[in-house]
Design a protein around this ligand. Structure first.
Ligand code: ASP
Ligand code: MG
Length: 471
């Protein structure tokens, strides 16, 4: 079998975990395996914060301390994950990377300038540090391995730093670089997740959580049989267990349902990660690193309505609504202008709803994009001051997902009457005609409560038979 295995940050949080993951890989080393690895847990966040701090103030003391801590974290991991004689080489590699990072941070701090491009460059260090350690752990276990960056592996992207998209040419390039390693040389490549490279050689990132996308891109290019995403949870749940303690594991879910869930905030995988797999119908298995024998969740083509109408619920809390209203306009023109500006400013639009009696366009966006969104919509000349733009910043979006909702009458009725009975006010609603999800916005403090109520209403904690009889 040809398998791409991706290990998330929590799975490689320290040296012992890395060693444990390397052993898991070894168990499957008779197959053709490609490993994709995230940065060690917390590292990407700490790099983002460091970049911002260096931009805001000139502090060489902070930089020294930050890189020393980061170096120590990785040295410690090497000590626990890697045996002699492989340690010295990986330590040297870490030293070189840490040196490079220190220089970049000093540059940012002296210039007081932090571009999206330099931010991506800084963020890339997380995975560039973790991959060589993982690869050396495999070598220590007697498994032939080679650490590679996303660029080495052939992932070429456009230059939308921070959320770069892979170019079509990547596919051929990935195949030509990876296939000989796994099928002729029997080496397990350990590729940095999350990062790619532009055609002119600048490092890019694929957006937070992007290692999933790295794995699926590689899988699609080499026509893998399966992608395994190793995480710190058993699989996809009916809701976030932190919100609904009796949430249950979903054994099988379709691509479409999983994409809806990911898009609407369930932290199961990067929202775009499944796109490369759909054409070749490559299934994804979500597995728990710390409970490897559990069956996990399989995401695949055509397993749509095996379980109830609503299969799972998700919640996004860090969102805001932008509302554009006015009368006497050509709606299409105004909408075109709004979305053109949002595209230019890279505002992430999560959900829209529009009423046609007069122009009233509501859009849910990431709260972090709100400043840019409002700025770009103020003073649009062609609107002559006749279009009003307002915002609501404390909202949450709840989404009920399930392919079984398509063509089933009464689901929306059940959702909204259950919420109505609980006194929850709905601010905005959206359902596309795929009918795979019904999503709505409520005030932020009602979000969690709404998820709990719907989990109960659709009996998602019950077994499949009980769910069906409850409908
Ligand atoms: N290290 C990156 C992040 O934390 C990418 C990933 O983990 O997938 O977002
Ligand atoms: Mg991560």
């Amino acid at each position: 079998m040809r398998i791409v295995m991706k290990f998330g940050g929590a799975s490689v949080k320290d040296g012992r975990s890395i060693r444990h993951c390397a052993k898991l890989v070894k168990k499957y080393a008779d197959n053709e395996v490609v490993v994709v690895v995230s940065a060690m847990a917390g590292v990407t966040d700490s790099l983002t914060n460091a970049a911002k701090k260096c931009y805001a103030e000139q502090s060489t003391g902070f930089i020294k301390m930050f890189v020393a801590e980061l170096a120590k974290k990785h040295y410690d991991a090497v000590r626990d994950a890697v045996d002699e004689p492989y340690r010295a080489r990986v330590m040297e590699h870490i030293d070189r990377l840490i040196d490079e990072l220190e220089k970049v941070l000093l540059g940012i701090s002296y210039l007081g300038e932090l571009t999206k491009r330099s931010e991506d460059y800084i963020l890339s260090f997380g995975e560039r540090l973790s991959a060589p350690i993982f690869s050396s752990a495999l070598l220590s276990l007697g498994v032939e391995s080679l650490a590679m960056t996303g660029g080495d592996a052939g992932i070429v992207t456009n230059s939308h730093f921070g959320r770069a998209r892979p170019l079509k040419t990547s596919c051929e390039l990935i195949r030509s670089r990876i296939e000989p390693l796994i099928s002729i040389r029997h080496v397990i490549p350990v590729v940095t997740g999350f990062i790619g490279v532009t055609e002119d050689g600048n490092i890019t990132t694929l957006g937070r959580g992007g290692s999933d996308l790295t794995a699926t891109l590689i899988a699609s290019a080499i026509d893998a049989d399966e992608v395994w995403l190793w995480k710190e949870v058993d699989g996809v749940m009916t809701a976030d267990p932190k919100i609904v303690p009796n949430a249950k594991l979903i054994p099988e879910i379709s691509y479409q349902e999983a994409m809806e869930l990911a898009h609407f905030g369930a932290k199961i995988l990067h929202p775009r990660a499944l796109e490369p797999l759909i054409r070749n119908r490559i299934p994804v298995r979500i597995k728990n690193t710390f409970n490897p024998d559990a069956p996990g969740t399989v995401i695949k083509d055509g397993c749509n309505s095996s379980m109830g109408v609503v299969k799972a619920l998700s919640l996004i809390e860090k969102v805001a609504i932008v509302n554009v209203s006015g009368a006497g306009f050509d709606f299409a023109e105004i909408m075109a202008e709004v979305f053109r500006r949002f595209a230019e400013e890279r505002v992430n639009v999560i959900m829209i709803s529009q009423s046609s009696s007069e122009l009233n366009l509501s859009m849910v966006i990431d709260r972090g994009d709100l400043g840019r969104a409002m700025r770009t919509l103020t003073n649009v000349d062609s609107w002559n001051g006749n279009v009003k733009v307002s915002k609501l910043d404390d909202v949450a979006v709840v989404s009920a997902v399930g392919a079984g909702m398509a063509g089933t009458p009464g689901v929306a009725g059940r959702i909204f009457s259950a919420l109505g009975k609980a006194g929850i006010n709905i601010i905005m609603i959206s359902q596309s005609c795929s009918e795979y999800n019904i999503s709505f916005a409520v005030s932020k403090e009602d979000g969690r409560k709404a998820v709990k109520i719907l989990h109960d209403e659709f009996c998602l904690e019950d077994t499949v038979e009980e769910v069906l009889s409850c409908e």
